[in-house]
Design a protein around this ligand. Structure first.
Ligand SMILES: C[S@@+](CC[C@H](N)C(=O)[O-])C[C@H]1O[C@@H](n2cnc3c(N)ncnc32)[C@H](O)[C@@H]1O
Ligand code: SF4
Length: 273
């Protein structure tokens, strides 16, 4: 599947479709949301009347400007997470290749100042993904976040992302294992590094959420968005209710419940991982 940018008119159509069901719209996936010139307008349309749907986004904040910052903090956005995985440029740029920590921290300061200026209720949060190169900086990051007056949330790093989502974890360790932290508290995988340290027995995503790509392709969750063959349908070509209650979604749910079903879906593969 090609990468692309959600066009504003198409996005608005999707919000209209979900208006009667959606409680929250998470406006992000694998790219950087603030690169979309219509981003603020998209948030406004979702979070303000008549839709008034809760909105959340996650950004790396390398490329923004004062106008967009003002827009973000006056759009009714509920939560704005900023991914910063390091407190020195050397560590930060190992994962955020081409990123500039000073720019990001300056932009974060501007966001915080704008929140005060516009008396915005948007919750700003610092997200820190723990990896080998930055695990020694967690305490410093916590202190910096506290000085900024924002909460810091720690996440464990995953290596089975994007097209690697369904490659057996054992096979990925040789290439990516070196990214994983030593501290067992931040491990995503079992001690022998062969499986996910799952906290959840049943994935409820096919009952609770759905992911719509820029081109309208619908997936059962945000982990899987690459292959057209894995899509549940396309929201610009079909009625969403037909997708949600269609053969693929129904088969995925049955599979997750351990019930007999006839169509193979991405959830069948994922469940076995
Ligand atoms: C791929 S990012 C894209 C959004 C934005 N550009 C950013 O950097 O946050 C979407 C989400 O994935 C998370 N993420 C990125 N790399 C990760 C990794 N290796 N393991 C776990 N989560 C990761 C980020 O924290 C963010 O919540
Ligand atoms: S692909 Fe996996 S994580 Fe995504 S909805 Fe299906 S079972 Fe859940």
């Amino acid at each position: 599947m090609e990468y692309g940018l959600f066009k504003l008119d198409k996005y608005l159509k999707v919000v209209d479709i979900f208006s009667k069901w959606a409680q929250t719209v998470q406006l992000f996936s694998w790219g950087e949301p603030i690169l979309n010139k219509s981003f603020v307008e998209m948030i406004r349309y979702t979070s303000q009347k008549p839709h008034k749907i809760r909105t959340i986004t996650t950004v790396n904040l390398n490329a923004t400007n004062d106008e967009q910052i003002k827009g973000l903090l006056t759009s009714n956005l509920d939560a704005l997470h900023v991914s910063i995985d390091g407190v020195t440029q050397e560590v930060y740029e190992k994962y955020r290749v081409g990123g500039n920590l000073e720019t990001v921290l300056n932009n974060l300061k501007k966001l915080i100042a704008a929140k005060k200026l516009y008396k915005s209720s948007t919750k700003i949060q610092w997200d820190f993904i723990v990896m080998k190169q930055n695990e020694h900086q967690i305490e410093e990051a916590k202190k910096m976040a506290s000085d900024f007056g924002v909460p810091l949330q720690i996440f464990s790093a995953a290596i089975h992302l994007k097209k690697d989502t369904f490659v057996p974890i054992k096979e990925l360790m040789d290439t990516y294992g070196e990214w994983l932290p030593d501290d067992p508290r931040y491990q995503t995988y079992t001690e022998d590094r062969t499986k996910l340290k799952r906290t959840m027995k049943l994935c409820k995503s096919p009952w609770l959420e759905t992911m719509v790509n820029w081109n309208g392709d619908v997936f059962p969750c945000s982990s899987v968005h690459i292959e057209e063959k894995d899509r549940m349908g396309n929201i610009f070509e079909q009625d969403f209710e037909d997708i949600w209650n269609g053969q693929k979604y129904v088969a995925a749910r049955k599979e997750l419940l351990g019930k007999p079903n006839s169509v193979n879906t991405i959830c069948h593969t994922c469940r076995k991982k």
